[in-house]
Design a protein around this ligand. Sequence first.
Ligand code: PGA
Length: 250
Amino acid sequence: MRRLLIAGNWKMHKTPSEARVWFRELKRLLPPLASEVALLPAFPILPYAREAFQDTQVAYGAQDVSAHREGAYTGEVSARMLADLGCRYTIVGHSERRKHHQETDALVREKLLRLLEEGITPILCVGEPLEVRERGEAVPYTLGQLAAALEGVDLQDPRQLVVAYEPVWAIGTGKNAAPLDAEEMHQAIRSALSKRYGEGFAARVRILYGGSVNPGNFASLLSMPNVDGGLVGGASLGLESFLALLRIAG
Ligand code: PGA
């Protein structure tokens, strides 16, 4: 019922020229897939993503967006600009932005709304830091982030939203959540979405796991019934490892 999504979050890696070569190679080597693939490179790479993947099965999008629609906001990139470039997805609320750029739940919500206005699907990142998990409060903490980002947000179609559960302690550390811990959280997220948007919506919305996904742990994470794919950082940068993840997802 839910098509798996494997999304590569490239963060601040690769130049546009490097990405262009990588995209060409990916297109050459990409096997036919039942799952959906998305690449989320830095802003200056997006025109090359469009050049490579327009009219293909590969989706692409950005890692962030401005909370403003237009105007005197030096350095910002609007949802309208991303829509014009053909972005299907864009990350909001990544823990690195919450941490290094002091993004609050309220700001994340504004960004999410700007994307929805332009028909771009937000990949909403939520997840707890280590001390919160150690206190046994991971689920309420993460559901709190989810509720705050979606406060008053009206959603009709499950394709309008992707949630990524990314425990902060698992990002870029080589430590992934145990599949059963991920499943517990994904189930809790789905049931919160069900209360909020109805069972039919929640049953169809995709919840990705992110945090040190690699070809060695992806199959066991995907074997969990509520894990619908991965938001992948490090392992999405190398063509070999990214293709390995796609083959595992099938
Ligand atoms: P990682 O990053 O796969 O390198 O842990 C995941 C993410 O930050 O989305």
